[in-house]
Design a protein around this ligand. Structure first.
Ligand SMILES: CC(C)(COP(=O)(O)OP(=O)(O)OC[C@H]1O[C@@H](n2cnc3c(N)ncnc32)[C@H](O)[C@@H]1OP(=O)(O)O)[C@@H](O)C(=O)NCCC(=O)NCCS
Length: 169
């Protein structure tokens, strides 16, 4: 299995992969595949951090880190959004999601990013070092329960003093 950057000629295949993967998600709005397209076109796309997992020429997983912001008193602090992450059903529970996340963290760190936000299930994301973002004084602008809005420091202390609101997801 290799993890590498997504390619434009795979976008339609990735659309289908994400759509099908979220049909078995615990929480879904049924539009994650369209969200992927929006993320690629809204100016926050980072091609180096849009990854696929591939085995025997078959795409079996996908993850995106895109730019997002924490706003405080008009100050804009750039961070990353992890969303969405998808693994093909038959390949789950083999560590592929974990590998995608860890590889994206390494690449993001190498590029100088120091923190990542997401909206997701704490039961899955705690293992990667995510904590409720409210611990860092970061709240979501939408009405999402605090425990699901999560933040991870790639560099210890990166979010110290960076409180504010985020519109991520
Ligand atoms: C979430 C997802 C990407 C995980 O991929 P994966 O390759 O199976 O993940 P891993 O093999 O690295 O990890 C599997 C572990 O995560 C757990 N897990 C998977 N999804 C979870 C969830 N939504 N909540 C809590 N735990 C979850 C599994 O039970 C397993 O636990 P274990 O290690 O204690 O046995 C995959 O299940 C998926 O594509 N789900 C549908 C899309 C989705 O829900 N994405 C967003 C998640 S917030």
């Amino acid at each position: 299995m290799v993890i590498r950057r997504e390619k434009p000629e795979e976008f339609s295949q990735i659309y289908d992969l994400v759509k099908v993967a979220f049909q078995t998600a615990k929480v879904t709005n049924g539009q994650e595949q369209d969200f992927v397209n929006q993320l690629r076109s809204n100016g926050n796309y980072i091609p180096e951090l849009a990854l696929v997992a591939e085995e025997n020429s078959k795409l079996i997983g996908h993850l995106m880190l895109t730019k997002t912001y924490i706003i405080n008193n008009g100050n804009k602090y750039e961070t990353l959004l992890l969303a969405p992450i998808s693994v093909v059903l038959e390949y789950r529970n083999q560590g592929i999601g974990s590998k995608l996340i860890k590889e994206s963290f390494k690449l993001a760190n190498d590029m100088g990013y120091t923190s990542i936000l997401l909206v997701g299930d704490p039961a899955y994301y705690h293992r990667f070092g995510f904590k409720a973002a409210v611990n860092f004084g970061i709240k979501h602008t939408h009405n999402i329960p605090d425990e699901y809005v999560m933040a991870c420091e790639l560099v210890p202390g990166a979010l110290y003093g960076i409180s504010g609101t985020t519109t991520c997801c």
